[in-house]
Design a protein around this ligand. Structure first.
Ligand SMILES: [Zn+2]
Length: 61
């Protein structure tokens, strides 16, 4: 029973399996294509959990 999603860091396609790297953040489980991406997420979760991930350090208007 495989589930498909996108890596929360690099947006690569990910097939969720038992050994897929994942992290629970703010009540949501994020999946990653690799341990490396999970490490990057853990270092700066807010960078990857925002609603506008492509907007960098935009701040409020
Ligand atoms: Zn990734």
């Amino acid at each position: 029973m495989n589930k498909e999603t996108n890596c929360a860091v690099c947006d690569d396609h990910v097939q969720v399996q038992r050994n897929t790297p994942k992290k629970l953040q703010g009540g949501v489980i994020y999946h990653f294509c690799s341990e490396e991406c999970r490490d990057r997420f853990v270092q700066d979760p807010s960078e990857h959990t925002g609603s506008s991930p492509r907007r960098s350090q935009a701040g409020l208007p």
